[in-house]
Design a protein. Structure first.
Length: 184
């Protein structure tokens, strides 16, 4: 789908409520391909976290600060209403985005590396295999393989307790991006 400002395209992984437009979602997770310098779309009332997936990186300029995002899988958070200009370091990049509308949802985005981890209970959890395949185990279900570039979304039925998820990389140096969301 087109970016809010029309300057590029994004692949939406998940949005709630389902089918929500860019001006009325509670939370949203997506991947964007950025192939030229320019301003980021403004999202008033949204907390944003972005992670570099591929490419040499980008510089954010806004107000009196400048941030360089050059290390893959390192989350960077900012307010959606900030005026942010993006300058690519050396060519196109791909990034992972999580957005949470203040007052309707709050969330975290973490990069999991190493031997494995357990994700604590949350209303909604997304696991994106950013680098390598991963095994995911949700209590009461058989282990499932999550190929690189795929996402597991775990939403317990209303009133059910959300069991932890165990994640283990199946390839050396695997990285999983984990988004945990609580709606208000």
């Amino acid at each position: 789908m087109p970016w809010k400002d029309g300057g590029g395209r994004t692949t939406e992984i998940a949005v709630r409520p389902a089918g929500a437009a860019l001006d009325d979602f509670a939370w949203r997770v997506s991947i964007a391909d950025v192939d030229h310098d320019g301003p980021f779309s403004r999202f008033s009332g949204i907390d944003r976290t972005i992670v570099l997936l591929e490419g040499a990186g980008m510089r954010f300029r806004g107000g009196a600060r400048e941030i360089e995002l050059r290390t893959p899988f390192e989350p960077y958070s900012f307010a959606g209403e900030e005026t942010v200009d993006c300058q690519l370091v050396d060519g196109a990049i791909r990034d992972f985005n999580a957005m949470f509308r203040r007052g309707r949802a709050r969330g975290t985005l973490d990069a999991l590396r190493g031997d494995g981890a357990r994700i604590a209970a949350a209303e909604v959890r997304l696991v994106y295999a950013a680098k390598g395949a991963h095994e995911c185990i949700v209590a009461g279900h058989p282990p499932m393989s999550l190929p690189m570039g795929h996402t597991l979304i775990v939403e317990p039925p209303v009133g059910d307790e959300a069991a932890p998820i165990a994640i283990r990389p199946l390839t050396p140096h695997g990285v999983a991006l984990v988004v945990c969301v609580e709606c208000r």
